[in-house]
Design a protein around this ligand. Structure first.
Ligand code: PMP
Length: 442
């Protein structure tokens, strides 16, 4: 850290930054060196309010000593144990603790190391489930336009991001996409779940009519699409998807990598919307972002079909060297303790009205074409500038950073998702800085 503090200008010779314009980075490097509570400190000593919980993951805020101590204790007790054919108590305990907060019946927990791995795991589980039940013809996977499901080949195949198609033309075969739920014309400035668009779930019926239900394994959606701009499902949409899946024997997967662990003011989005999927993918808030880890929550039905299936020994031929890693599981248990002690899994519900009112209060600023909020998430959509999409929002991002606020932008949509320990004073600060930045770019 001392070195980082000495120079704000990193050498670009070795570290290849992910999802980053590496060639441009040094023109305006943004470097964090410390983090505590709701704030980062940059390498040049400026405090920056974290409006995005890192990358939607630091739900309990930064620098939680109890998590660090739990990790240290675990690493000095036992650093690593093989994850195949062997176990250790911490992973079992963490799975039990997760099962206790899981939506009804989704209490079979498979550990991974990231959201992308959770997605690939869930898709493989779905294929294996049908095979185990003698329905091996069900291989087709259905995603959604503007879906983001990480960067594995499974995830980019079911995801709906055009750059993944342009840059990596090789995808899983047999994947279809239903439409996303974004509808600016009918739903702009909805205070919460938009009123219009439930019928878009019927796209799934069209896919079934086209291919036959017997060919379809699973549908995967983010209950609230995060990375592509905070798209909130219209009222009744997820219920309708569930009904269509039930009718045709299709598994429903919720990718809750962002929405899991209190983001919407409930433990999971499944709780918020009152819709229970067959499989849930998680990561990020699972360990407060402190140690990389993901977890897939499977229903007993999915789990038991595999356990009772015809494979003679290993029921699910899948796993990672670091599945259930002791340090990550210890971090996860300590994280859950904090979530429970501080009521963070439902705190978003307490703050939601203040959050909604404050963010919607920005609506008369120039160039804003929509504001969407749910729980402690917000999307603010700007009209694109003539010189290209994304330019205006990027300017707001840079201006906010210089004024001491971290936001995320995707195209011309600003996404906000602060740590769930947000207090009114932080909210006031966030809105004040963002409002100044929005006025300046105008
Ligand atoms: N699914 C969703 C819904 C996500 O938002 C993300 C990450 N933003 C992922 C999967 C991928 O997670 P990771 O980056 O940990 O692989």
């Amino acid at each position: 850290m001392a070195d980082a503090k000495r120079s704000n200008q990193p050498s670009m010779d070795n570290y290849w930054m992910p999802f980053t314009a590496n060639r441009q980075f040094n023109a305006a490097p943004r470097m964090f060196a410390e983090a505590k509570g709701m704030y980062y400190t940059t390498t040049d000593g400026r405090r920056v309010l974290d409006g995005t919980a890192g990358l939607w993951c630091v739900n309990a805020g930064h620098g939680r000593q109890a998590i660090a101590s739990a990790v240290e204790r675990q690493l000095t007790t036992m650093d690593y144990a093989p994850s195949f054919q062997m176990g250790h108590p911490v992973a079992f305990e963490f799975a039990e603790r997760l099962a206790a907060i899981a939506p009804a019946g989704l209490d079979r927990i498979f550990f991974t190391n990231s959201g992308s791995e959770s997605v690939d795991t869930a898709l493989k589980m779905a294929l294996a489930y049908h095979r185990a039940r003698g329905e091996g013809t069900r291989t087709r996977l259905i995603g959604r336009e503007r879906g983001y499901h990480g960067v594995g080949f499974g995830g980019i195949s079911v995801g709906g991001i055009v750059n993944n198609r342009r840059t990596f033309p090789t995808h899983l075969p047999g994947v279809d996409h239903i439409r996303d739920t974004h509808d600016l014309e009918r739903n702009a400035f909805s205070p919460c779940e938009p009123a219009h668009g439930v019928e878009r779930a019927d796209d799934l019926e069209r896919v079934v009519a086209l291919h036959g239900a017997e060919s379809i394994a699973a549908v995967i959606v983010e209950p609230v699409a995060g990375s592509t701009g905070v798209l909130i499902p219209p009222k009744g949409y997820l219920q309708r998807l569930r009904e269509i899946c039930d009718k045709h024997g299709i598994l429903l997967i919720f990718d809750e990598v962002i929405t899991g662990f209190g983001r919407l003011g409930t433990p999971f989005a499944a709780d918020y919307f009152g819709v229970t999927p067959d499989i849930i993918t998680t990561a990020k808030g699972l360990t407060n972002g402190v140690i990389p880890m993901g977890a897939v929550f499977a229903s007993r039905q999915v789990h038991d079909a595999l356990m009772d299936g015809p494979e003679n020994m290993i029921e699910l031929f899948h796993g990672y060297t670091y599945s259930g890693h002791p340090a990550a599981a210890a971090a996860g248990i300590a994280t859950l303790d904090i979530y429970h002690d501080e009521g963070l899994l439902t705190r978003g519900a307490e703050m939601a009205a203040a959050w909604r009112d404050a963010i919607h209060g920005l609506k008369d600023l120039p160039h804003i074409v929509d504001i969407r909020t749910i729980g402690l998430v917000a999307g603010i959509e700007l009209a694109s500038r003539e010189d290209g999409p994304g330019k205006r929002a990027y300017e707001v991002f840079v201006d906010c950073f210089e004024r001491g606020l971290l936001i995320r932008v995707t195209g011309d949509i600003i996404a906000l998702s602060p740590p769930l320990i947000l207090e009114q004073s932080h909210l006031d600060e966030l809105v004040s800085v963002l409002s100044s930045a929005l006025q300046r770019v105008a």
